[in-house]
Every structure is written in structure tokens, then in C-alpha cells.
Ligand binder design. Structure first.
Ligand code: HPA
Length: 272
């Protein structure tokens, strides 16, 4: 069975649980999943229940599709995501995005926690992703192309939709929030980068570095979805400060910023 046929099976299952017709999808990164508490009349479907979804293993990722109204807008949210460092194939990591597309999602908001490389940024800042650099010698579109999803050689000149970046900045301004903008580099993890690697990544042109988002954005763009990426900068990247990096620190900063982040996302939703 190819990925398209598998996705159709997953869609059939999800549609047996809800008849919400959402146009906006959300991927909630490490520690950012609590926004799903505010989804009204939510239908929660654990990944493990859905045909061809796998059960994620990382701390802080529950793994469920949550469907309902967020701030009055119908959404399909992924609470938890699959990471490359967990050992999943890029096909498995991006499968939920294929399913979202077949559910009718046109706009995808991808969130993550990441490290700041740009020294004008500080931990706790939010950043809209202007573009990305794929530092991982892999691409989720490698393999037989399913023409039902998109073309063999998709354009990548505007993966992160200009109009959505504008909405994000406008919304942040209205809320009185500072919102950075920058290039996100994808690193496999699970080890954080070395200081030498961060120097290299800075020279290559990235403002932030993290272990997710790029596979999902590539696949969403393959299917002509509009994409908005919002990062929570949880720490200065390796070697910038004389201190070690830890997952606990990342989760702690995400918790501190969570309210602001949720408010930003909720207000962006109403403008799309
Ligand atoms: N590097 C990579 N991924 C991350 C970081 C980091 O510094 N912080 C949070 N996720």
C-alpha cells in the first residue's frame, strides 16, 4: 500500500470520529501542546488508534490528533510529533501532514522549540521562520512520488508563506509582543550541537537551530499548503554562553513563554 492509500485509511478513521471540517492545522512542539486544553468540543484521537500512525516516544509529547474549535476557528491539531532522532523514517514523521491535507487542511502552523544562534535574540523570544536550511542529508520527498500529493520537483522558493508571516507580525504588534524573524536550520539531534557546529551553522546563514519542522514544512509545501512556522527560542545555542544545554531548561523556558505563544497563535487563527 502506498502512502496515499495509507493516508486515505487514516482519514476514514478520523472522519468516523468527527465531522469538523477544518482548514487550519497546527503542529504543537515540545511543551506547547497545552493549547489543546482550550479547544472547544474537542475530539481527541490518540496517534496509537489511527491506522498507520506510530506512538511517539519523547518526554513531553503525548501524541494525539485533537479536533475542534480554537478561539472560534475549526482546527486539526497534532499534540506531539515524531522526530528523526527517535528513529522514525521521514515518511512516518510526515505522515500526519499527508493525512491533514486529505482532511482538507489548507494552512499549516508549525511550532517548535529551538536554540538561538543570532545573538540579537534571547531565550524566551518567539520567532517567525523566514526560511529554512536543511542540514540533514535527507528529504521526506525522496522515494517514489505520489502525484496525488504533488509534483516530483516542487518549488521551494516560498515554503513559509509571505502573507502568513505578515499576519504573524501584525498580530504580534497588536498584542504588544516582540516577534523575531529568522532562518531555522534543521539538525538531527538528539545531541545538541557543538560550539564549532554552531559557528558553522551561523556562517551558513541560520538564526536558530532545532530538531524538527523542516520535514513537515517540506511535505506541506509539496501539497501546496500555506505554511507558517513559529519557534520558541528556549536557549542560546551551544558555545554562545558558558553553560551547558539541557532538555529540562528547554521545557522550563517553553512553559514560561507558553501563555504568550498560545495567545499569539489564537489571535493569528482568526486572521487567516
Ligand atoms: N539545538 C537544537 N535543538 C534545540 C535547541 C538547540 O539549542 N534548543 C531547543 N531545541
Amino acid at each position: 500500500m502506498n502512502q496515499y492509500e495509507k493516508a486515505l485509511e487514516a482519514v476514514k478513521y478520523i472522519k468516523s470520529k468527527t465531522n469538523v471540517e477544518a482548514k487550519i492545522g497546527l503542529i504543537l512542539g515540545s511543551g506547547l501542546g497545552s493549547i489543546t486544553d482550550d479547544i472547544d468540543n474537542s475530539v481527541v484521537i490518540p496517534f496509537a488508534e489511527i491506522p498507520y500512525f506510530e506512538v511517539p516516544t519523547t518526554v513531553g509529547h503525548h501524541g494525539a490528533v485533537v479536533i475542534g474549535k480554537l478561539n472560534g476557528v475549526d482546527v486539526v491539531a497534532l499534540s506531539g510529533r515524531y522526530h528523526f532522532y527517535e528513529g522514525y523514517s521521514l515518511e512516518i514523521i510526515t505522515f500526519p501532514i499527508r493525512v491533514m491535507h486529505l482532511l482538507g487542511i489548507k494552512t499549516l502552523i508549525i511550532t517548535n522549540a529551538c536554540g538561538a544562534i543570532n545573538t540579537a535574540f534571547k531565550p524566551g523570544d518567539l520567532m517567525v521562520i523566514s526560511d529554512h536550511i536543511n542540514l540533514v542529508s535527507n528529504n521526506p520527498l525522496i522515494g517514489k512520488n505520489n502525484d496525488e500529493f504533488g509534483t516530483r520537483f516542487p518549488d521551494a522558493s516560498e515554503i513559509y508563506t509571505k502573507a502568513l508571516k505578515k499576519i504573524a507580525h501584525q498580530t504580534a504588534k497588536e498584542l504588544g509582543y516582540e516577534l523575531q524573524e529568522g532562518v531555522y536550520a534543521w539538525w538531527t539531534g538528539p545531541s545538541y550541537e557543538t560550539p564549532a557546529e554552531i559557528k558553522m551553522i551561523r556562517i551558513l546563514g541560520a538564526d536558530a537551530v532545532g530538531m524538527s519542522t523542516v520535514p513537515e514544512a517540506l511535505v506541506a509545501s509539496h501539497m501546496d499548503m500555506q505554511v507558517l512556522g513559529i519557534s520558541c527560542l528556549t536557549n542560546m545555542a551551544s558555545g554562545i554562553l558558558d553553560q551547558k544545554l539541557s532538555h529540562e531548561e528547554v521545557i522550563q523556558v517553553v512553559r514560561q513563554v507558553n501563555g504568550k505563544f498560545q495567545n499569539l497563535v489564537k489571535n493569528i487563527l482568526t486572521k487567516i
